[in-house]
Design a protein around this ligand. Structure first.
Ligand code: BGC
Length: 365
């Protein structure tokens, strides 16, 4: 579906200018969408950012990635002229039912645009229906709805889009970072097979599924023999991951690689590894995804071997640009992706710089 979508997409000069800072590939739109000019609640009168009421629903606000994204989004919206008091942020507390309830409440009290980081990506049809009945454009972020949903937005010309990354790329990049270490260096026991532990995010999540699958596929495609010693769901959380890895190490004391679907879990894995007496970056290689500051520091210390940069700064800008496009009733595509970047000791400082200073750059809206 993603591939098909990209194939029919053509570059929009308009949105390119609006969403400066992302690659051309990521800011494409379908010509078919021209017909789908948005029937928003803002239709009758000319809206300005200062009038717009924005609802932002986050699956769990204590999630490191989502909290960084949310802060960045609010900063960007305010820069673009939105009023902070018109932005309602709702912590969905990992409950789909609660998210639906709060969505109904906010729609009833009046909202012009919804940004939803869904709790359960396979239940997004209900969220979409709710927003479409109320004629409120909808921007999904970070947790990608099912392919069937995206096909429906397109075929029914719905003012609905998804902004995030393609998790397949993250997995492939993780595999490549591992390969770059060289098989002879990783195969500590010299048996010709790479023994690994997989620490996964939440169940029923696209990032979990694709990062897990594509990291291993990349190794297999390169002809590496791999053996999974253990796997578990660390739910994107440092403490849960530490527990998962501690348990795994009891049965399998000598993994060669620990692949984690995100950085907080890589930090948890690192704790477990250190407590077990193994030396991370020497006896065993840990890899994450996201490029959080805390993980980048561990990469520079040589304790984590790499990560992939999940650029929340860019994704927040894309979201703000898309909200503005909906407001101005311009054409909006059904998918905007930002690219991941492979991060190792070589470029960790540069990425740290982007994170620390990137949000200070002046963006024109
Ligand atoms: C991020 C994780 C985050 C998760 C939340 C992923 O894309 O990499 O860090 O916890 O999204 O859904």
């Amino acid at each position: 579906m993603r591939r098909k979508l990209f194939e029919v997409l053509t570059v929009s000069v308009l949105i390119t200018a609006l969403l400066a800072g992302c690659s051309e590939k990521n800011i494409e739109e379908t010509e078919a969408d021209a017909a789908a000019s948005v029937a928003s609640s803002a239709e009758e009168k000319e809206m300005t950012p200062a009038d717009m009421r924005v609802g932002v629903f986050i699956y769990k606000l204590s999630d490191t990635y989502m909290s960084l994204f949310k802060d960045e989004l609010i900063k960007d919206l305010v820069k673009a002229g939105f009023k902070e008091e018109n932005i309602t942020v709702v912590n969905s507390a990992v409950s789909q039912g609660y998210q639906m309830l709060q969505l109904r409440k906010l729609i009833a009290s009046g909202v012009d645009i919804l940004v939803v980081n869904p709790v359960n990506t396979s239940k997004t049809a209900e969220v979409t229906d709710l927003a479409m009945e109320a004629e409120v454009p909808l921007v999904y972020v970070n947790r990608e709805p099912d392919a069937a949903e995206e096909i429906r937005w397109e075929s029914e010309s719905m003012p609905v889009t998804y902004i995030g990354c393609d998790a397949r790329q993250a997995g492939t990049f993780q595999g490549k970072i591992i390969m770059d270490l060289g098989f002879e260096n990783i195969d500590k026991n010299g048996d010709g097979v790479l023994q690994y532990i997989m620490v996964k995010g939440e169940k029923n999540n696209a990032d979990t599924y694709f990062r897990t699958r594509y990291s291993i596929d990349a190794l297999k495609k390169a002809g590496w023999n791999v053996e999974k010693l253990a796997e578990g769901n660390g739910n994107w959380d440092k403490n849960v991951a530490e527990y998962v890895v501690t348990e795994a190490l009891e049965e399998n004391p000598s993994p060669e690689v620990i692949i984690c679907n995100n950085d907080m879990m890589a930090i948890g894995a690192l704790e477990a590894v250190s407590k077990s007496g193994l030396v991370a970056g020497d006896d065993v290689y840990i890899i994450g995804a996201d490029a959080f500051e805390v993980a980048l520091e561990k990469i520079l210390e040589g304790k984590i071997v790499g990560t992939v940069f999940n650029n929340y700064v860019e994704q927040a800008r894309l979201t703000t640009g898309t909200i503005l496009s909906y407001m101005k009733k311009q054409n909006v595509a059904h998918f905007y992706g930002s690219d991941y970047v492979k991060v190792t000791k070589e470029n960790a400082e540069t990425i740290l710089g982007i994170i620390r200073e990137g949000d200070e750059t002046e963006e024109e809206y």
